[in-house]
Design a protein around this ligand. Sequence first.
Ligand SMILES: [Zn+2]
Length: 294
Amino acid sequence: MKEKRFARERTYIKEQIKCALERPGQRAENHAGMPQRSAFMPRVLAGMAEGFAQLLFPEHLYCMACNDLLGGENDWGLCTRCMSAMFSEDILRRTTIEGQGESGVSHAISCTVYGGLSKEILSKFKNKNQPWMAQDLGRLMAQRYREECWADEANAAQQGNCMGAGAKKAAQLVTFVPMHESKRQKRGYDQAQLLAQQTAKALELPYCQCLQRIRATAPMKNMSQAQRLSNVNGAFAWKPLPKQQFLAGTRVLLIDDIVTTGSTAKACAEVLRRQGAADVTLLTFAAAASGMCT
Ligand SMILES: [Zn+2]
């Protein structure tokens, strides 16, 4: 309860600060295409106020998986025991999805496998009204993505490719698999959207909502791959960007909380590819174990 109270108050304060102070700065940036002097003071004030809120309501008091009190050195919102249980070497392997490549999803990366602690975390995040967990989860996902890029670069360097495969594949825009508006209103937030925003922030990449779910889809837990594909067929549509040409030739990082067979990601990637995306990489927090992890 204490954890919830702290987190809610902290989130509320931060949101208030954001609404009150960031908007004038953003308007100034958008208008001229580069920051103006009028954007400076709101940023300073926002930084001071955020620091003050941090003092009053420190983050990372409890492990988001097991609820144990965290030591001051922890920076991921997880205790060392849960960190090692979820992110051990043998589960940090590439995720593959059925029809990968042809599907429009060129790479699929997950932080961990779904089950146990990761299931507990996602259940809290999605079903127990704890949207603030996106901050730590997004940072974990960003870190996992960076590791994949570094690994690709190291492999490419070993093979004598000085450009580095990772550098060539690195995403330029972060977007997400949206939930249907009716479901979002019921939950109060779209978890994949929050993860995408936080991942983009941690990776210092632009974030944008490029897709909309135009048809509510049935839960896919017990569906076959063919049923899943049919369930999501035509469920997603392009959400026009303020500057539509922005997506053409862009390498997109598509975010979701969990991947099972990849049929949903495939449906999204097809829409993104039709709009000119050069590459779509799927990044999820967890991959369900049904033959997903290589
Ligand atoms: Zn823990």
